[in-house]
Design a protein around this ligand. Structure first.
Ligand code: NAP
Ligand code: MG
Length: 398
């Protein structure tokens, strides 16, 4: 066949360990044979990040800003063990965190639904998309260990040096801990807009949840901004046939497990971190969870929600058979290609992405799958395939 032309370069961010192995396979089997595509390549493998003092991560984010769409492989976020293992100069920051800050993006995580892989939560029939505010709060906090008795205060000083407010956090009569968090109106508005953009384009209801009964200024500010944006966009919500619902976070958690799904659940940064993992494991395998980072001005970065699957990589290094599920990584590519095609106005690129997704789903529904899914499927006598056999089965169908 003649290769399908992708008009604009796609930004490619390579990664680490087992997902790096899978990444190359995906390109060799599903991308290069079919597409005439220019990949603007950045090696985010931990060794090259170390070599470039992490400059490559910043460059890759800027490339996404330039071209609009990127696809990212999972990467190691180094801890002390990794510093020793890879002889790194330091514990480089999470690449995802760096890219999120540069794009000012919101992360949406969506499970891939396959009809012979039932969700662990009986009521969940449709995807629950988790929208996590990816800026501020706990993730940009300032913390102190207070070693002895003393007073800790919050002081607000205006730009011209005037002390405007001073509030006591606590009068410590012994050791303890203290934390300062912040967020910005600008970022919360971006988050709300990104959520309503996503929900309107997918035609799903928006749930938003905080603890504004307790946090009457901080969480209440988030609620007020969501209320304001939903009111402003009421006509668009109505036209899409969707609604906006506000819940207290504990109420939302209780409701979500009884609900059939099919909504965007918008959450503050920490809640989104925690709940996205809960929703992911509820839907089954981490190998079926995709993730997209959307900036308020419409730049997109697609990836699998899971990590580099280190345990499997150790087996692979020893020459043992692995059963790593490549579905979420493949869907990162199809998501990016479909978006690229949509933005470029090239429907044949979108159609190719859809065909590849269908080949993946059909393969699993025909009973051919990796071990993580064999443990979950309702198909009797499924055929368990290793990492590479599974991709071969998809390739055959494609
Ligand atoms: P992980 O890579 O997500 O893997 C945790 C476990 O989940 C695996 O051992 C495996 O379970 C299962 N799993 C995850 N993805 C799978 C797949 N595609 N197919 C089959 N099973 C899968 O998390 P981790 O082991 O905690 O982290 C490893 C590295 O990834 C860390 O260095 C971390 O920094 C990094 N990480 C990166 C990202 C990212 O780039 N977005 C996200 C999270 C973590 P079994 O062992 O039971 O088979
Ligand atoms: Mg998490």
């Amino acid at each position: 066949m003649a290769k399908i032309k992708v008009k604009t370069p796609l930004v490619e961010l390579d990664g680490d360990e087992m997902t790096r192995i899978i990444w190359k396979e995906i390109k060799d089997r599903f991308i290069h044979p079919y597409l005439d595509i220019e990949l603007d390549y950045y090696d985010l493998g931990v060794e090259y990040r170390d070599k470039t003092e992490d400059k490559v991560t910043v460059d890759s984010a800027n490339a996404i800003l330039k071209y609009g769409v990127g696809v990212k492989c999972a990467t190691i976020t180094p801890n002390q063990d990794r510093v020793v293992e890879y002889k790194l100069k330091k514990e480089w920051k999470s690449p995802n965190g760096t890219i999120r800050s540069i794009l000012d993006g919101t992360v949406f995580r969506k499970p891939i639904i396959v009809n012979n892989i039932p969700s662990g939560v009986r009521s969940w029939q449709k995807p629950i998309v988790v929208g996590r505010h990816a800026f501020g709060d706990l993730y940009k906090d300032t913390e102190l260990y207070i070693p002895e008795a003393g007073k800790v205060e919050i002081v607000f000083t205006t730009k011209d040096g005037k002390e405007k407010e001073r509030v006591t956090i606590n009068d410590f009569d012994g050791p303890g801990v203290v934390m300062g968090q912040f967020n910005l109106d600008k970022s919360i508005y971006s988050f709300a807009e990104a959520c309503f953009n996503y929900a309107i384009s997918e035609k799903i209801n928006v749930w938003f949840a905080t603890k504004d009964t307790i946090s009457k200024k901080y969480h209440a500010r988030f609620r007020a901004i969501f209320d304001e944006v939903s009111t402003k966009r009421a006509a668009e919500l109505k036209a899409a046939g969707i609604e906006y619902w506000y819940y207290l976070i504990d109420d939302a958690v209780a409701q979500i497990v009884k609900n059939p799904g099919g909504m965007l659940w918008a959450l503050m940064n920490y809640d989104g971190d925690v709940m996205s993992d809960m929703v992911a494991s509820g839907f089954g395998s981490l190998g079926l969870m995709t993730s997209v980072l959307v900036s308020p001005d419409g730049k997109f970065e697609y990836e699998a929600a899971h990590g580099t699957v280190t345990r499997h990589y150790r087996q692979y290094q020893k020459g043992e058979t692995t059963s790593t599920n490549s579905v979420a990584s493949i869907f990162a590519w199809t998501g990016a290609l479909a978006k690229r095609g949509e933005l470029d106005g090239t429907p044949d690129v979108v159609a190719f992405a859809q065909k590849l997704e269908k080949a993946v789903i059909d393969t699993i529904q025909a009973g051919e799958m990796t071990k993580d899914l064999v443990l979950l499927t309702t198909t009797k006598g499924p055929k368990q395939l290793d990492t590479f056999q599974f991709m071969e089965a998809i390739q055959k169908r494609l």
